[in-house]
Design a protein around this ligand. Sequence first.
Ligand code: SF4
Length: 354
Amino acid sequence: MDRHELDELADASLRGDVPTPEAAEALLTDPDVPTLAMLDAAFRVREASWGRGVQVHILNNAANGKCPEDCSYCSQAKTSEVDIEDYSMKPREEILAEAEQAWRNGAFRYCMVFSGRGPSTRRTEELASLVREIKERYPLEVCVSAGLLDDPKAAVLAEAGLDRLNHNLNTSEEHYAEICTTHTYQDRIATLEAAKRNGIETCSGLIAGMGEPASDLVEIAHTLRRLGAESIPVNFLLPFEGGDLTPVGITPEYCLRVLCMFRFVNPTAEIRIAAGREFHLRSMEVMALYPANSLFLEGYLNARGSASNRTYEMIRDAGFEIVSEFSASELLDPGRAVEIKTREDLRPTEAAHK
Ligand code: SF4
């Protein structure tokens, strides 16, 4: 695929024409795709809907671990041996205080994530009441990720003013049984459809690097387009000590290709650089802002991310704009200065012999 074909792909995407599976797959597999031309073409599509804006999402891991499901990528699964901090739902005041903190740290969206198969009717009412209160107190968009939902539960959350429901597809239908046996791909689709029917925007993404062929990622991109997902978090599998899966085939350049492919197939969606931003993209991280228009700040569910300041600097330095009621200079630490080396830094062998 050459520059000219990439430009044509961008033009077609902007007209609303969905790229063929073959063209989308070539973005991932053709060794001759010129990286900068691909990013430039994807940026044209991104810019048409999102300009240079970057939405910042902050996650609250509001209930962690103790999950009866067996999703093999997840450190909270019943089968996982990853050493994480388990706790059931945080107290209400703690979640509210963290919502305030997220708003003050420049979050556009506050995402509350609850481990588990899905909420009970009582838990759904609690979530609805939390959503209502957060929206009354802070100018934040609110997203909830709480597992499987049916229509009555989605209706309760919609009535409370929930902006978005997160429920990731994670992988293709064909590959699904290999990563999880306690629920099905169709269960996940049904949850997304219930949210849509009840007027809640959907956030649904994937995890690349679980050994899936490139065609699976293409299939997910097309399925999410068909489902009308407003938001697509693109995760790259994180390796946890004691975890069931290790990342396969993930290079910084491949991450960029995946993000661009999702942008061409879903031109108006909010495409998010999600877990693995720092770990897998590394020195190429900033380039991901060309196809993607949002990211998570302050880490992921059980994995630390880079410091907020560093992320905000990256956004600003590349000429992108943080979408927040606070300005970049308010969000960045103005009193920053270099650290002075200590004697141990300057004379390490002397320190070692002490
Ligand atoms: S249902 Fe959610 S919390 Fe539970 S194992 Fe699967 S991904 Fe993890």
